[in-house]
Design a protein around this ligand. Structure first.
Ligand SMILES: *Cc1c(COP(=O)(O)O)cnc(C)c1O
Length: 459
């Protein structure tokens, strides 16, 4: 295959993609397969000779779509969305066509400079204070790991990087019990250790208790341990919990601790000023992560981390060997120095296309609809016999259950076997519940109300 062939097949792929998206509503949302069903279609060994593209294409259309869970399906209400707005998909196509590696400024100035401007556009869109800078990571997990590694090094006077961790003080991190497992992973991978991530109790609204945070830090100090930082939750994955950001940051400040806020899902909603009360005090954070690849519409992957002062993170993660220097440009921004991997995709292009093609008003209108429709759906489900709303909507996420765990799990299995909609589960305060999040880029009110129809049919 050469670039002339690529042109031919790209056009075919564009037509295929159009049909795929047009007919998406008629497919079962979740792949109705058992493990091994897809692999059984593939030969065990690679081909020695070249195969005709026609045959590869046929296998793709035969094997792959039925083996997919359709994340762009308008009736996907599971997990959180991974929206790919058409304009962002177009930008991804163009970035793929150029296929650059944007590890330093010199390796593609447009990759770095558009990223810098897009971070500032997003800062303004979210209503964050001037002065926040930032970068784009592959995932919120990487951003949170970067923030925690920076907390570790700041606590160690940046000596862990050279001396390692053995013999040093025992570092401690603090987070609410509602934070995502990526915080646990960061504690593990940073060498701080899971046992040194202190999960602070939450109140009736699922927010970390600032008083309990202060008590935990004080107890650790008394025991001779070294607090390193606090991770707050702005829109938890399980039930959408929000910590009291301003109060919690005030506690952290009292002890001189840096604060990272995980707003991976809910950050997108902050383009709407009316939701910003949920993370009031956010300008006091040192680091904030949010995923435009979730609710906003930037095709996966695109996780944005805002930093009040990028200095400590660059000092922690940045290396500039001679072969990565740009002659005469010591002050240049090289975003690989802000994150874990060296290689970087051109992710800013899709943000540029996304914000321009829909405008912030177009993006806000979608999020407002999702929140309003989630409220309607909550009421429709509450009216069904035996259904109990367990957690009220946090933005567009709520949970419900039937009277017993067995009945709830059985209902969820039947909903997903039915295929018209897709929901997933969580456990809240010991109770097995079904989550509903509304956030698909092109879903309609009818798609959302369909959840109540399906459940009404199955009860
Ligand atoms: C999705 C999510 C994450 C992890 O996101 P990745 O980008 O997949 O690593 C972390 N925190 C919260 C609150 C999330 O919703």
């Amino acid at each position: 295959m050469d670039h002339d062939d690529l042109r031919h097949w790209s056009k075919r792929a564009a037509d295929w993609a159009h049909d795929y998206h047009r007919e998406l509503r008629d497919r079962p949302v979740r792949a109705p397969l058992v493990p091994g069903a897809v692999a059984a279609h593939l030969p065990a060994s690679p081909p020695d000779g070249a195969e005709p593209m026609e045959r590869i294409w046929d296998d793709f259309t035969r094997i792959v779509p039925p083996g997919m869970t359709h994340w762009q399906h308008p009736r996907f209400f599971a997990y959180f969305p991974a929206n790919a707005a058409p304009a962002s998909m177009l930008a991804e196509q163009l970035a793929n066509a150029i296929a650059a590696q944007g590890m330093i400024w010199q390796t593609s100035p447009a990759v770095t400079e558009i990223e810098t401007v897009m971070i500032d556009w997003l800062r303004q869109a979210l209503g964050l204070a001037e002065g926040f800078r930032g970068t784009i990571h592959d995932s919120a997990t990487t951003a949170t790991l970067s923030a925690v590694l920076t907390m570790r090094e700041a606590a160690l006077g940046f000596e862990g990087l050279s001396k390692g961790l053995s013999g040093g003080p025992v570092l401690r991190l603090y987070a609410s019990a509602e934070t995502h497992s990526s915080v646990d992973k960061a504690a593990r991978l940073s060498g701080i250790g899971q046992d040194n991530l202190v999960k602070i109790a939450t109140d009736g609204r699922n927010a970390m208790k600032p008083g309990a945070l202060a008590d935990a830090i004080r107890a650790d100090l008394d025991a001779g341990l070294k607090p390193a930082g606090v991770i707050l939750c702005a829109g938890g994955t399980s039930v959408g919990a929000f910590d009291r950001i301003a109060d919690s940051i005030e506690v952290a400040r009292t002890f001189g601790l840096p604060v990272h806020v995980d707003a991976a899902w809910a950050g997108s909603a902050m383009i709407c000023p009316e939701f910003r009360a949920l993370w009031e005090g956010i300008d006091g954070a040192d680091s904030i992560v949010f995923n435009p690849h979730k609710w906003l519409g930037a095709q996966f992957d695109c996780a944005v981390q805002f930093l009040r002062d990028p200095g400590p993170q660059i000092r922690t993660l940045g290396l500039r060997p001679v072969y990565l220097e740009t002659a005469g440009q010591e002050e240049i921004t090289n975003y690989n120095e802000w994150t874990v991997p060296l290689g970087r995709r051109f992710r800013a292009l899709k943000l540029w296309f996304l914000m321009r093609a829909y405008g912030l008003e177009g993006l806000r209108a979608r999020i407002r609809n999702h929140v309003a429709w989630a409220g309607e759906l909550r009421d429709a489900l509450a009216a069904l016999p035996g259904v109990e709303i367990v957690t009220e909507p946090s933005l567009s996420l709520f949970t419900f259950a039937l009277p017993t765990e067995e009945a709830t799990a059985d209902l969820l299995a039947r909903i997903n076997d039915d295929g018209r909609v897709y929901l997933t589960q969580t456990r809240h305060r010991g109770r097995y519940v079904i989550r509903v999040q509304v956030g698909q880029f092109d879903c309609t009110r009818e798609d959302v109300i369909c959840v109540a129809e399906v459940i009404g049919d199955l009860l």
